[in-house]
Write a protein that binds this ligand. Structure first.
Ligand SMILES: NC(=O)c1ccc[n+]([C@@H]2O[C@H](COP(=O)([O-])OP(=O)(O)OC[C@H]3O[C@@H](n4cnc5c(N)ncnc54)[C@H](OP(=O)(O)O)[C@@H]3O)[C@@H](O)[C@H]2O)c1
Length: 287
């Protein structure tokens, strides 16, 4: 039976780099997926020009109906999958008008989408499979300065409900105009993105516990500051370079690496070290 790898939001940027690298190294079928079919098929054509042959399927992680269709397709065609890289994300809300609707939309794509993936796609991940959540340096706990939430997110028995309440606390603060930049590092810059990624890395550890019985490894990682549309081309790494650690986690890391937060240089960091200096600094963008 074919092994199957799936990368979300892979028509461009880091996701595209990951598909490219997996096509070169993975002994199985690689799915490039995108919310927009035209953009996705154009990306496949670019890889075909390099002699690489990813498969394609539409997948909008923010649209449950789309995730269901993808689930049905993979289940019927392969019975399951082996590698899932949750890469799709947006940075819109913090740079556009920053309206409440923008905040909700970004949180939905970057964080809440993980729940429809978990419900519909994770059960298809075969024993000893791997799930990699592309988080960010914005996802390390040191991005948070609010003592109550630092403590609550550090609980050994952390639950989805804890993480959801954290996210809702922030979203409500945007709705009620009570958002306090002092609750976050770096003067509270790009708070929606920070919250979505802190939540994604936190829930990674919860989901690891839930899928332990199938010996699935679920980790989150920071890909480095990468030259993509998200950073308007600012960054230290190309998308090919940025793909190295996600692909390492998918193919080379020990299966025993579980529920970890991994840096772009493959080092496992202590996610709970809230006093550390790992948090994102806006000045590194050099805009
Ligand atoms: N670049 C960096 O320096 C950096 C640093 C830390 C973390 N990251 C993380 O790395 C990942 C990739 O970012 P990137 O820099 O490659 O960004 P990017 O170039 O903007 O690419 C983002 C991708 O996600 C897709 N996407 C957005 N919403 C989606 C949805 N609802 N369903 C499916 N796909 C969707 C986009 O599709 P469209 O083309 O349709 O918009 C695009 O393909 C993200 O998780 C990001 O947060 C990036």
């Amino acid at each position: 039976m074919s092994k199957v790898a799936v990368v979300t939001g892979s028509n461009k940027g880091i996701g595209f780099g990951i598909v490219k690298a997996l096509c070169q190294r993975f002994d199985g079928v690689v799915y490039l997926t995108s919310r927009d079919e035209t953009r996705g098929k154009e990306a496949v054509a670019k890889l075909n020009e390099l002699g690489l042959k990813p498969e394609y399927h539409q997948l909008d992680v923010g649209d449950r109906n789309s995730v269901e269709k993808f689930r049905d397709y993979i289940k019927a065609k392969y019975g399951g999958l082996d590698i899932l890289i949750n890469n799709a994300a947006v940075l819109d809300a913090d740079f556009m008008s920053g309206t409440y609707e923008d905040v909700v939309n970004s949180i939905n794509i970057n964080y809440k989408s993980i729940f429809s993936m978990k419900e519909l796609i994770y059960p298809l991940v075969r024993n000893n499979g791997r799930i990699i959540n592309i988080s960010s340096d914005c996802g390390h706990l040191s991005n948070l300065k609010n003592e109550y939430w630092i403590k609550r997110l550090s609980k050994a028995d952390l639950s989805e409900a804890d993480v959801n309440e954290f996210v809702n606390w922030y979203v409500e603060s945007k709705k009620n105009n009570t958002y306090n930049p002092e609750d976050f590092a770096d003067g509270g810059t790009i708070p929606t993105y920070r919250v979505s990624k802190i939540a994604l890395s936190a829930v990674t550890m919860v989901h690891q516990r839930e899928f332990e019985s199938k010996n699935i490894s679920i980790n989150s990682m920071h890909p480095g500051l990468v030259r993509t549309d998200m950073t308007s081309g600012s960054g230290f790494f190309s998308t090919d370079e940025a793909a190295e650690t996600p692909v390492y986690l998918a193919l080379d890391a020990p299966q025993s690496l579980k529920g970890a937060y991994v840096w772009f240089d493959k080092k496992v960091l202590d996610w709970y070290d809230y006093k550390a200096d790992y948090y994102f600094k806006i000045k590194t963008l050099n805009w």
